[in-house]
Design a binder for this molecule. Sequence first.
Ligand code: FSO
Ligand code: SF4
Length: 552
Amino acid sequence: MSMFCFQCQEAAKGTGCTVKGVCGKTDDVANLQDLLVYVLKGISFYSTKAREKGIEDAEVNLFILEGLFTTITNANFDRKAIIEKIRKGLEIRTKIATTLCNEGCDCDKTTLPDVAIWTASTDEEFEIKALTVGVLTTENEDIRSLRELLIYGMKGMAAYAEHAYNLGFEDAAVNAFLQRGLVSTLNNNLGADELVALVLECGQYGVQVMALLDKANTTSYGNPEITKVNLGVGTNPGILISGHDLKDMEELLEQTQGTGVDVYTHSEMLPAHYYPKFKQYSHFVGNYGSSWWHQREDFQSFNGPVLFTTNCIVPPLASATYTDRIYTTGAAGLTGAKHIPARENGGKKDFSAIIAHAKQTAVPTEIETGEIIGGFAHNQVLALADKVVEAVKSGAIRKFFVMAGCDGRMKDRNYYTEFAEKLPKDTVILTAGCAKYRYNKLPLGDINGIPRVLDAGQCNDSYSLAVIALKLKEVFELNDINDLPIAYNIAWYEQKAVIVLLALLYLGVKKIHLGPTLPAFLSPNVAKVLVENFGIAGITSVDEDMKIFLEN
Ligand code: FSO
Ligand code: SF4
């Protein structure tokens, strides 16, 4: 075994990647990511003590967000970038430790844990240390499971918090929780009960961070509205933008305006089309291709450069001819790709290199035509509330199915296409995240003008689905969110889906079906807790599940 990672749904053999990641992550990068998380714990060791003394360090807060985000599945494959972050992290740890000391800390210097004092400077030393700090260092499988469930939830939380931060929105309580949570995973005095409580608390902050990002996005760009998105292509060369970061989207649209270069979205960036602010750009042509894992084909035929603002990156094959067209920015990274540096001192990112590149490329090859409809975030759905409530009361809509989450390569995910196709015609799918690509191009029709697939947006917009559910609960005067005619059949892939799940649990949602497989990081005992307390279940066959869903 040269690495161990089991943080995503595609973990090898359903247990963990031990030689190379199914995602393409090499063992050295996987181990260095473990070390980066260890460094973040070391920083948090001091920053949580500092916070108790009223010291808030903005550099620490941002570094923790970016560091956790960097280790999310499919975000950063660049060994050099991870090493630089480890080095920077050790510097930040020294800085916050010194600040704390100067304030007169009460740490016993003779008993400081390794995470607080370990240090090194060469790449080789980092690599050796990295082998000793991975997931398997926690021997008890239930404690390991709970610690990692907490860390993965926090990774997702950090990603959303970072997008909000880029738009000028921060939540001190989220930063404090992330750092406290990281330190808690080092505390051998915390047993399963305490860790379960922390995991549920993580869900509470998950709701809070998604609300924050929703506020950041809608304040900056307006409320998403019903939008038909073009699937075809224009006549200019284009840039394809992927990931979730709307600040990058804004600056790219601004800087490409009038250059003769069009902009297209890929995968999770599709919902950018729903925002009024972005609709104003006539060179914002449409959405190209499908969900993240189709990128090898989609990028080939797109012909122009591609910008990754976040995950999910699939490392190109050695034979790929589009590798030199890949650009990354923010937490995203890929060896060999060009990385667009962060904003400096409140300035803007400089997208001139990718724009110049695009001008040299051919117009995208058309791979499909037509339109898809979306933009059903909370504000838009609540504007239609009367119509929706009427449809429920009259029986025109029998049930809603929340089918949010992620798409992925696993063949079993055909289940979700088949499930959508077989759903009775008096049901409506509520979706968010890249899971939608399994059915958003199917001709599922509408119910009295309400489309049968209502796309709220990106995975973080699952928050919108929760807001809608809570509103319906109020309208129908119910005491329990679980009494609504809403079923949850969620597909997960990576750690942002973990925070969405924990957020739903915090809101009291029960009987969520999670697929295509349950997380490898849930030990049998931890899985049992989730089943017994929340009624969480996996998926079986479409017909069997359909029966269960429609009868309950
Ligand atoms: Fe998908 Fe990837 Fe949005 Fe994830 S593109 S899988 S949960 O990054 O974040 O839904
Ligand atoms: Fe394996 Fe997923 Fe970890 Fe990649 S992120 S190494 S696929 S478990």
